[in-house]
Write a protein that binds this ligand. Structure first.
Ligand code: DLL
Length: 432
């Protein structure tokens, strides 16, 4: 039977939900205008005041917010509450330049924890479960989000954080962990190690909640098999709170957006025009309840599709598909758009695992495109002719998916460094 954490909200009739969103949007926009100079300036430039926003039908009038806006206002200018009212911060993993800092009041933390509790409940977790949180703890939101959600649900929380695989497995076996939360690449690695150690029968896991990076349906299949579980996806970003902006249910066919807290839109990445459900485009979110850092029409750069089809789980929240890549991690190689998730699909469909690295460079004004792919122990025969044949097969399979040729190098098992957090899939050495 389907489990919910807040059934009334999660299964609310859509008409009521839209009314609730409208009321909350009006207040959230007023809050941003009153307290964040940047939002006020952008609205004034667009000729708007909060009186122009009467409900969700006016959402499209509002200007977008980008990561650069948040960086430019580092460290305090996006704060809409006195610092004394904030109880915590988190921050995005460092790219170049300034980090984005997210601020939380106690109520913001409560809302976020509830979102994570909804995800855990949808994966079947109850107070009887032992939840091993193997996302990183610290500035990254993964550890803290699941930790809070598991507490609210009343499950027993093991705050493992990432890394130290031997210790992870020892706790998993000795305590009988039933729910695992970590990145999908780490889940796959744990699965590999369990197989190597021959301890699958000692593992009591029944479900796993994996997110924070792209993973394919084929990878889900492999993880489910290796760990003997049902694997659920979860989506989120620091700017909006962390994990739990959207979460998967028993149908495992997309993630329900927590629409009582966030409005999702899909826009054309070039014209920024809103697109109807079913269209592929950039995912944009507006927060409805955030106190410390309201977020208006935030461009995530995640390329995605929304679906308003009825779900068998009874939830009425719309669903987002697995993100198909980011408009900014999309590689353009020899003029062709390449998503790492496409490469992953080819590898998994051809019996390889998702242990690969894409290396892009530019030599004499021409892009080079190399993919190192780890052999699985059963494919690693050590016979050079055999390896070269397998490389050629992969080149052809990739060509038919991507439309361009890659130089494929099969490398020995375990030769690509494993990640305890998000896997490093792309090395782009081009200086463009
Ligand atoms: O990754 C929050 C999170 C933690 C989500 C744990 C799920 C589980 P950031 O570090 O700010 O936050 O990165 C946000 O990660 O814009 C997506 O590009 C990507 N991402 C997050 N979840 C998924 C997912 C956390 N399920 C960025 N599938 C987002 C694909 C995801 N990409």
């Amino acid at each position: 039977m389907e489990k919910y954490y807040q059934k009334e909200l999660e299964t609310m009739p859509r008409e009521e939900l839209k009314k609730l969103q409208s009321e909350k949007l009006v207040k959230q926009v007023r809050h941003a205008w009153d307290n964040c100079p940047d939002y006020r300036k952008k609205m004034e430039e667009a000729g708007l005041t909060p009186d122009d926003i009467k409900g969700i039908e006016d959402l499209h009038k509002l200007p977008f917010t980008s990561k650069d806006d948040l960086r430019d206002n580092y460290p305090f200018a996006m704060l809409a509450k006195p610092l004394a009212d904030c109880v915590r911060i988190h921050s995005t993993s460092g790219t170049t330049g300034k980090r984005v800092i997210a601020y939380y009041t106690a109520d913001d933390i409560r809302m976020w924890d509830e979102c994570c509790a909804r995800s855990l409940a949808a994966a079947g977790a109850t107070r009887e479960d032992m939840v091993q949180v193997s996302y990183g703890y610290g500035l990254f939101t993964g550890g803290a989000g699941f930790h809070g959600g598991s507490h609210l649900l009343g499950s027993t929380t093991i705050p493992m954080s990432s890394g130290n695989t031997d210790r992870q497995l020892q706790f998993m076996v000795d305590l009988g962990t039933t729910v695992l939360c970590c990145t999908p690449s780490y889940a796959a690695y744990l699965g590999e190690t369990i197989k190597e150690k021959g301890i699958k029968n000692d593992i009591k896991l029944k479900a796993g909640i994996f997110g924070a990076e792209a993973w394919s349906e084929e990878m889900r299949r492999d993880i489910q098999e290796a760990l003997g579980i049902k694997a659920y996806d979860i989506y989120g970003l620091t700017e909006l709170s962390g994990p739990g902006v959207a979460y998967e249910c028993s149908a495992q066919s997309g993630m329900h957006v927590n629409e009582d807290h966030f409005i999702a839109e899909i826009v054309d990445p070039e014209t920024f025009e809103p697109l109807p459900a079913g269209s592929k485009g950039e995912l944009v979110f507006t927060s409805l309840d955030k106190e410390a850092m309201p977020i208006i029409r935030y461009r995530t750069k995640d390329i995605c599709v929304l679906s308003d089809e009825k779900c068998s789980c009874g939830r009425t929240f719309i669903k987002m598909a697995k993100p198909m890549g980011r408009s900014d991690d999309m590689l353009i190689i020899k003029g062709v758009n390449v998503f790492p998730s496409q490469i992953e699909t080819v590898l998994l469909n051809n019996g390889y695992q998702a242990n690969y690295q894409i290396i892009v460079d530019r030599v004499k004004n021409t892009d080079t495109f190399d993919i190192n792919v780890e052999l699985t122990p059963d494919k690693f025969t050590g016979n050079l002719g055999d390896i070269s044949k397998k490389e050629k097969e992969l080149v052809l399979a990739l060509k038919s998916m991507l439309g361009i040729m890659a130089n494929v190098h099969l490398v020995p098992p375990k030769s690509i460094a494993r990640s305890e957090g998000k896997a490093v899939r792309i090395i782009d050495n081009r200086k463009i």
